[in-house]
Design a protein. Structure first.
Length: 242
């Protein structure tokens, strides 16, 4: 079976989100004089991530606007009923620190270059506003012919409809598309059950999560991806998940 396109997750797959989030928030809170409120950067970051996950879930469910979820993240994080303008200003100051810490993983550009004969697209559980800006800032937006995100699609990973939507956009059947993501369940299982060649890039941040008995290929670096995509061993060969 020939793989004609590779579809990518963004955060913690192409972009080192975990490091940028930690470094950006730590620098921001230090500049704001807020680190003492939370006992240190680790505690502050854990609370920020809980606020982010909670408010993003409400946004994904259609219970809030994109701008509203940002404002509510700030309000919950600070425990203060800020007005919209105050919350927007706080978030904008945070973004400046966060974006300063943005980096691609070092294996990304070599992998994209090695797979330059393939078509490429993005499927993310974020929004196009966020991810196109991120990919443009990181200098790789022009590598992808399509960027699809859950906020605009109205459906998110791991639902099969999200993966099938990007296949439809590319005009390719699922078995001719590979999907690469960092989460074994949301990315790995979702892509496999939708019929794509599913590749989990395990950067050591997913803990002990399991994806069950699905045709999932596990790699530890994107340097392994070109050979896997060209071989497409999903049929008749054991999964590398383990």
């Amino acid at each position: 079976m020939t793989i004609r396109a590779v579809v990518w997750d963004v955060d913690d797959t192409l972009f080192d989100y975990t490091t940028a989030d930690r470094e950006g928030m730590s620098a921001f809170l230090e500049a704001e004089g807020l680190l003492a409120w939370y006992g240190g950067p680790d505690e502050a970051l854990q609370w920020w991530r809980e606020c982010t996950d909670r408010q993003w879930a409400r946004y994904a469910a259609g219970e809030n606007t994109f701008e509203g979820q940002r404002r509510d993240r700030v309000r919950y994080f600070l425990g203060e009923p800020l007005g919209d303008a105050e919350a927007d200003a706080w978030f904008a100051r945070y973004l400046r620190h966060y974006e300063t810490a943005w980096r691609l993983f070092p294996d990304v550009l070599p992998a994209l270059d090695a797979l330059s004969a393939h078509r490429h697209a993005v499927l993310s559980n974020s929004s196009i506003t966020v991810q196109e800006h991120k990919l443009r800032t990181l200098g790789i937006l022009d590598r992808f012919e399509a960027v699809l995100c859950a906020a605009e699609l109205g459906v998110s990973k791991p639902q099969a409809a999200a993966f099938l939507a990007v296949c439809e956009t590319l005009g390719l059947p699922p078995h001719e598309v590979a999907y690469v993501g960092d989460h074994p369940e949301i990315d790995g299982r979702g892509a496999a059950e939708a019929g794509l060649l599913s590749v989990w890039i395990d950067r050591g941040r997913a803990g002990e999560q399991e994806a069950g008995e699905v045709a999932l290929h596990r790699i530890s670096t994107l340097a392994e991806l070109p050979a896997l995509v060209r071989a497409d061993t999903r049929f008749g060969a054991p999964s590398t998940f383990g």
